[in-house]
Design a protein around this ligand. Structure first.
Ligand code: FAD
Length: 320
């Protein structure tokens, strides 16, 4: 069976959920071979094997932490040469997409970014993308070289499938250009204890209707009752009520959770562009004519200051 390279996204060896999703999708095409760069491969291998990785190609070098993405491209190229895979899959993070693009150039392959689904095809993997603010979905395949495909978080539910996950060392030599941009400092963001916006299974977002930074506590309370991330429309961000890192939309982040709750958001096309592929969409808006109601699965016409706290209480009651 053909092997499929899966780039492992991890924080100090703790494998992030999008990688488990990639392993699940990779199994539709062939046998997943994970590529783990940096420390912690042995610990990560247990999880990677649990989700179907037959092999883990591991390389640990200070270059991965000290420089930007180029050394990781060197490593993936080495893995590509070692395996001759049927496809290379990476998460659709900013880093994942940059690595993917550079790798595709290096190996002379076509690339598909931001896939929301992946299936095997007679002539290679077929990726589904959601385009024009999710008004259309397209299916495409790479016709040149080995397909390099990035997949959006939450595109598939991770499914366990025990495989060996045997760790093999990967020899990597770094090119001169790869160490041209040195990282001078890293500042971890203050943790809110909430999941990362693009990876969260549930997102609760507030818009201009929230009417003030102090009122975002209502949105946060609902998010916390559900274990969700908090998002915001650009209007709320531009007003200074919530950080830009939480903006959802064309010029913010693109999310695709199982559940997206929009409170006090009208549903402008630029906002939809970042959330329309969410599996279930719920909106609370006092204007029954608001365009957001055109795309919801469940809509509540009402004042968010009444509806959202009631919803939070109900969730807490049901959770006991
Ligand atoms: P509004 O459109 O003002 O809607 C507020 C809604 O709240 C209304 O529907 C109102 O009925 C409702 N409301 C008010 N009070 C209450 C209440 N008490 N209870 C319930 N409902 C209430 N926007 C983004 O979100 N993300 C982007 O990334 C983005 N990128 C952009 C890029 C470009 C190039 C441009 C031109 C625009 C972009 N925008 C983006 C802006 C976008 O066009 C909209 O202006 C923005 O999304 C509106 O935000 P909103 O829905 O919060 O505000």
């Amino acid at each position: 069976m053909a092997e499929v390279l899966v780039y492992v996204d991890h924080v100090d060896g703790a494998v992030r959920k999008p990688t488990l999703e990639l392993l699940t999708l990779a199994r539709r095409i062939g046998e997943p071979v994970a590529v783990h760069l940096g420390a912690g491969a042995d610990a990560a291998a247990a999880v990677l094997g649990e989700y179907g990785a037959v092999k883990v190609l591991a390389a640990d070098a200070s270059e991965f932490a000290d420089y930007l993405v180029a050394p990781k491209v060197d490593a993936l190229e080495a893995a590509y040469n070692a395996v001759s895979p049927a496809a290379v899959l990476l998460p659709s993070s900013a880093e994942g997409k940059e690595i993917a693009a550079r790798l595709a150039v290096r190996i002379g392959s076509g690339i598909i970014t931001d896939a929301v689904d992946l299936e095997a095809g007679a002539e290679g993997p077929v990726a589904t993308q959601s385009v024009f603010a999710a008004s259309y979905s397209t299916k495409s395949r790479v016709t040149k070289g080995t397909p390099v495909i990035t997949v959006k978080p939450n595109s598939a539910a991770p499914e366990a499938a025990q495989a060996a996950g045997t760790v093999e060392q990967l020899a990597v030599s770094f090119g001169e250009k790869s160490t041209g941009t040195k990282v001078v400092s890293r500042t971890p963001r203050e943790s809110t204890g909430r999941p990362e916006l693009t990876e969260a299974a549930i997102v609760v977002s507030g818009g201009r209707g929230v009417n003030g930074a102090e009122n975002f506590s209502i949105i946060e309370a609902l998010a916390d009752s559900l274990g969700a991330a908090v998002g915001a429309s650009r209007a709320a961000v531009d007003a200074g009520w919530y950080p830009h890192t939480n903006q959802v939309g064309q010029t913010g982040k693109s999310v695709s959770p199982q559940l997206y709750i929009a409170a006090g958001i009208s549903g402008a096309i630029q906002h939809r562009a970042g959330m329309q592929t969410s599996k279930t969409i719920v909106a609370v808006n006092k204007d029954a004519e608001a365009p957001i109601f055109d795309l919801v699965d469940y809509g509540v016409v009402g004042d968010l200051f009444e509806v959202v706290p009631q919803l939070t209480d109900e969730v807490k009651t049901r959770k006991g």
